[in-house]
Design a protein around this ligand. Sequence first.
Ligand code: NAI
Length: 332
Amino acid sequence: MKAVVLGAAGGIGQPLSLLLKANPAVTELALYDIVNAPGVAVDLSHIATPAKVEGYLPPDDGLEKALTGADVIVIPAGIPRKPGMTRDDLFKINAGIVRDLAKAIATTAPKAFVLVISNPVNSTVPIVAEVFKKKGVFDPKRIFGVTTLDVVRASTFVSEILGDRSLSPSVSVPVVGGHSGVTIVPLLSQSSHPLPSSLDASTVDGLINRIQFGGDEVVKAKDGAGSATLSMAYAGAEFAGKVIRAIKGEKGIVAPTFVNLASDKTGGDALKKELGKELEYFSAPVELGVDGVAKINGLGKINDAEKALVQAALPELAVNIEKGVAFVEASK
Ligand code: NAI
């Protein structure tokens, strides 16, 4: 099981690489960045877990060497937000970074599972897909936008509302839509730990808002030094761990992730009908399998307020997706 981290020396990349090194299912770990990756790799290589760690820089075909034989590729390369920025503001720089990394993956590791963390996820996932289409290697089952941090935040914040942080690891709330502001839609009515019916509407609205804009709390607190890195690394390692378990044959693993709705025709088409819109991508609870996406689940039973949130997410999602598609179309 070879895992590769592209952008491995960054704020997310380093702790994510640490957590992947700590995953006993990973036997090879390749770290690539435009700076410092060999140092991070040597540091991690002293940890007594099975993975053999190598670090690569751009010279001497470093990217190709890192990608050769990859099973799972996680991409946290690119710039993070500063106060006042939206994820979409990152597009200008990150779109080109992700496009170029996708080109290298399409050539060297077209069968790998690609997990995109770089923002704006709603646009960078379509960018990877469009590059793969151009190169004739597109398999919608294998490209995932990592929205797990929204799911992790929902578990944490719901447990806080319930007044018991020790519940947070077992609180499970599906978060659907996309990964930015109003496109993040927590389905609180499906929480494994229901909210008390006595909770007033403004507390529920506040909770939804906190899950949607939780990233801003971190950006503000870091005061110019970046966005979520440690919690994102935790979330990224959680999701990568699930994909790895699924590839190794474990069944029944379901996680929300931003996928191409053609990945599973049956589920994708049913979801589009449910949404009432011809969207190409959406984050939904996805059952993972040996080939990647095994089944895209629908939204299930949701209440009227959640239906309204889903509808409110659709226009922005459509614009974000189209922006990614158009970027690759306009690229040489
Ligand atoms: P960072 O600036 O600390 O690290 C980014 C790393 O990418 C740096 O080490 C940099 O050298 C590297 N890099 C830049 N261009 C590269 C290239 N062409 N090839 C390989 N590596 C390259 O940023 P941080 O905080 O790690 O964030 C990374 C990305 O993750 C940002 O776009 C951020 O918005 C996103 N993010 C996504 C989240 C999600 O939930 N999906 C949550 C938090 C952040």
